[in-house]
Design a protein around this ligand. Structure first.
Ligand SMILES: [Zn+2]
Length: 140
């Protein structure tokens, strides 16, 4: 992702904070504001948590990022289209699952809604955890 181009294309001023936040979040995965703040603080001790949140919200408003709530935390990720965010209740991590959500969107449109963002969060035990459990429970 060319961060400078992406910001300009969306009519945003290119600021060091925006670039720094995008650099972290574009590595992939899901981040809370605190996680991004903790990472940025190491190189930029003067940065504040509210600056990080304001930056995240601005980037979200342009459609570059999206956010969702899971387990009482707001998570941010690069907006890469419809998918299910699976929150693993054992490891507290979020895994992307490519599930076709088109039928839900279509159904909602049929009902007269214009869907701008569909957010699906599943709470589940992840495969890794289940595999580990199977191994642990095997007789020796
Ligand atoms: Zn995701």
């Amino acid at each position: 992702m060319d961060f400078v181009e992406e910001l300009k294309r969306r009519g945003l001023k290119v600021t060091p904070q925006r670039i720094a936040v995008l650099r972290i979040i574009s590595q992939g995965g899901h981040f809370s504001g605190e996680q991004i703040y903790d990472t940025l603080k190491k190189n930029e001790p003067s940065i504040s948590l509210s600056t990080v949140y304001n930056t995240l919200e601005t980037l979200k408003q342009t459609g570059l990022l999206r956010s969702f709530e899971a387990n009482g935390v707001t998570w941010y990720e690069v907006n890469k289209g419809s998918h299910v965010n699976v929150f693993c209740t054992d490891t507290n991590t979020i895994i992307d699952a490519n599930v076709d959500l088109k039928s839900i969107e279509d159904k909602l449109e049929e009902m007269g809604f214009k869907v701008s963002m569909l957010s699906v969060i599943a709470y589940a035990e992840c495969k890794e955890v289940r595999r580990r459990k199977v191994v642990e429970n095997q007789p020796i």
